[in-house]
Design a protein around this ligand. Structure first.
Ligand SMILES: *Cc1c(COP(=O)(O)O)cnc(C)c1O
Length: 434
């Protein structure tokens, strides 16, 4: 097989984006609401947990926001710009006329897209003199990204890790600790909320919503401490748009227009970061791409949730966000795609889904692990269980194209690698997964 110029599309360091794209400049978003007053939440109330410049980005309606040079410099450490790669062996295995491309967010040192926002968040906190950051982590990817970024800018990092992941993924914890992060299983005995839950049930498996509540409680009860969120909020998705801007350039270089852009959705940040820059062109009527968001059947916020105001966390400490939600007390089953176990969906992703710009689909985890192994055997990369949801949808679209004989172009986001998720793979390979 000869080498083609679209097998791996590379950008230069100079192509690291200079601005983030803010979809809030193009789409009107319902404001967060204060549950006490039922009025739009005052941005100042967020100052207890976020630095001022992050709050400004959270509510900004500017279409583009400058990326600080120190952040672009750290993006080099994250291996940006990341390659766009053609999955030619997967295409041949499927015998499809479709062309499949994937964006490699698995190549960052943390193994996922999450440092794209951890770096700027820690940077803005450092600039405002914050010394400690608290956060939650599900699968451990976000805690890893924040620990890495805190090490880079010299801040202290405390991570509440959902109990099931803490038990399933001991190496994730060790990576965070290697970067200097402190890691607590959640529910933990270190917060009032955690202690209350442990009294009711010492074996509580935890959830992202619970861990968020604990991290926020610890933030507001300690000095010089702020909180950082790895998904869902507008500023996180803003930072992730480096992914989609690079993809646009890379597709231009090989003169290709995508029919489908596909990403998995937990809180919605890799999907938004990957899809929104291209969606801007769709909003302007320039392209006809279909955007597909893929979630687990057991956490079906977009496919089965309601579009309404709900809390971002389980204890009800956050403002109310207008989003697709399963209810803030929803307890997800302990599936292996830990990063997709969130009850809600980013207000930005929810808004464009409600506008009809997104096609949501869902799969069970045996289907996504099967797709993951097909990808591993053909392309050589073991994908994160989360990313495998996008792969499954890409394979389904490629098989559809085979039936119709159409040369569709499918681009999906490989949000992370799965080398720390081998326990889940082991269960699937040995037939123990339901
Ligand atoms: C966290 C994570 C996700 C899900 O989070 P989003 O905010 O929806 O992107 C997906 N894939 C990987 C590899 C992750 O670490």
């Amino acid at each position: 097989m000869a080498i083609h110029k679209d097998d791996r599309v590379m950008l230069s360091l100079d192509d690291i984006p200079r601005k983030w794209y803010n979809i809030g400049g193009d789409v009107q978003l319902p404001p967060p609401v204060d549950p006490k007053t039922n009025e739009p939440a005052k941005p100042e109330t967020l100052e207890a947990i976020f630095p001022k410049r992050i709050i400004a980005q959270e509510i900004s309606t500017d279409r583009y926001i400058d990326i600080p040079e120190e952040v672009r410099d750290a993006y080099v450490m994250l291996q940006r710009p990341s390659p766009l790669q053609r999955a030619r062996r997967l295409e041949q295995f499927l015998k499809t006329p479709a062309k499949i491309y994937f964006k490699r967010e698995d190549l960052s040192p943390a193994g996922s897209h999450k440092p794209n926002t951890a770096i700027p968040q820690v940077y803005y906190n450092m600039k405002e003199g914050v010394e400690h950051l608290t956060t939650e982590t599900g699968a451990g990817q976000w805690g890893t990204a924040l620990s890495l970024s805190c090490a880079h800018f010299g801040l202290d990092c405390q991570v509440w890790m959902v109990r099931v992941s803490f038990d399933q993924k001991p190496f994730r914890r060790l990576i965070m600790e290697s970067y200097g992060g402190k890691v607590y299983a959640s529910p933990s005995p270190h917060t009032n909320f955690g202690r209350k839950l442990l009294e009711q049930d010492p074996n509580n498996p935890g959830s992202l919503g619970i861990a968020i509540s604990e991290a926020i409680e610890s933030c507001v009860t300690h000095k010089n401490t702020k909180y950082a969120l790895g998904s869902v909020t507008n500023h996180v998705i803003l930072h992730q748009t480096v992914i989609g801007q690079e993809v646009i350039k890379q597709l231009e270089m090989i003169d290709v227009q995508p029919d489908y852009m596909i990403a998995c959705v937990g809180g919605g940040s890799n999907f938004g970061g990957f899809a929104f820059p291209m969606m801007e062109q769709k909003l302007k009527g320039k392209i006809d791409t279909e955007f597909i968001a893929v979630e687990p059947k057991s956490v079906p916020s977009l496919t089965e949730g309601e579009y309404r105001y709900d809390f971002g966390d389980t204890a009800g400490m956050t403002p109310l966000f207008k989003m697709y939600t399963l209810g803030h007390d929803f307890m997800p089953s302990p599936i292996h795609a830990g990063g997709l176990r969130y009850h809600g969906m980013a207000p930005t992703v929810s808004a464009v889904t409600n506008m009809g710009l997104v096609t949501p689909v869902s799969y069970v985890q045996t289907e996504t692990f099967e797709a993951a192994l097909t990808f591993a055997k053909t392309e050589g990369i073991i994908p994160a269980p989360e990313s495998s949801h996008a792969i499954k949808a890409a394979i389904d679209k490629a098989l559809e194209a085979k039936k119709t004989g159409e040369e569709k172009v499918i681009v999906f986001n490989l949000s992370g690698h799965g080398l720390l998720d081998m326990a889940g793979y082991g269960k699937y390979i040995h037939g123990e997964l339901k």
